[in-house]
Design a protein around this ligand. Sequence first.
Ligand code: PRT
Ligand code: MG
Length: 216
Amino acid sequence: MSNPGITLALSKGRIFEETLPLLAAAGITPAENPESSRKLIIGTNRDDVRLIIVRASDVPTYVQYGAADLGIAGKDVLNEHGGNGLYQPLDLQIAKCRMMVAVREGYDYAGKVKQGARIRVATKYVKAARDHFASKGVHIDLIKLYGSMELAPLVGLSDVIVDLVSTGGTLKANGLVAVEHISEVSSRLVVNQAALKLKRNLIQPVIDAFAAAIRH
Ligand code: PRT
Ligand code: MG
């Protein structure tokens, strides 16, 4: 028999931590803490609900293919993924940050952009970066990275980075400054469209409980 319950895909760290109160509001308590457990499938107090722990950027993929019925992912991740096959009923208002353009202190960003110079942009957020600079009419060479973007301008890999900023502490510690705001980012609940139809009796109450618990 196939699994009659529901599977929720989450990443460890800030998303898991900030999702706990929402899960509690839906009457769901994880059986283990993924920060200390090595398990990738985590049971809950409910027989019909389990969690799977995946990389943040893989959450939309698991939900798209129905390997998870629901998931929680940042708008940054969903924008890069494209959102195909995903129903996005709720902005959960968690894991908030801003997508920004940042440069080395003293780098004349406004001047370079005005001159129409080609600038080198290092980022994990390729689609967001392309869209942002295309809308400004700025030509870029894009360098795809998978993390630690803050290093790129310091070692001459790029002129600018596109990255997420929350406290600003990482930029500051590395002598970088934010020069442009691209978008506000928070995490969304995503649902597999077929699962929503087939398991609405289990999924809709979770959506409703999350909706009622969102911080305003
Ligand atoms: O870490 P990993 O490579 O596994 O993947 P990930 O970075 O995609 O996952 P995770 O768990 O770090 O982030 C999950 C989601 O949290 C992201 O997709 C965002 O939607 C959201 N979020 C909120 C953030 C931040 N705030 C954030 N500050 N994601 C990353 N950061 C990083 C940022 O990239 C930069 O390196 O934190 C650093 C800056 O933080 P401050 O506080 O120094 O400004
Ligand atoms: Mg991270």
